[in-house]
Design a protein around this ligand. Structure first.
Ligand SMILES: [Zn+2]
Length: 83
């Protein structure tokens, strides 16, 4: 897969600005999983995205989930919406 990401707002290629940040997934407001992903940003207009997700690092049904989330304190959160 190409790693080229282009900003639709200003037509500039994004760059990776941080690797392996923790990202929390919410479902109906409840924490369900945590992933690692990379932050990409547009150097011109500063819009940013998260991409490069792998499998979840932890899921809510695993033992020690709350303690793990307390330790990593994800800076980013997301929710899947289908409409
Ligand atoms: Zn831009």
């Amino acid at each position: 897969m190409s790693s080229l990401v282009v900003c639709t707002a200003c037509g500039t290629a994004f760059n990776v600005v941080r690797n392996d940040v923790f990202v929390e997934e919410l479902k109906d407001g409840e924490s369900v999983a945590v992933f690692k992903a990379d932050v990409w940003a547009c150097p011109r207009c500063k819009r940013s995205i998260l991409r490069g997700f792998g499998a979840p690092v932890r899921e809510h049904f695993e033992g020690g989930y709350a303690k793990f989330m307390d330790t990593v304190r994800p800076k980013f959160k997301f929710e899947r919406r289908f409409s």
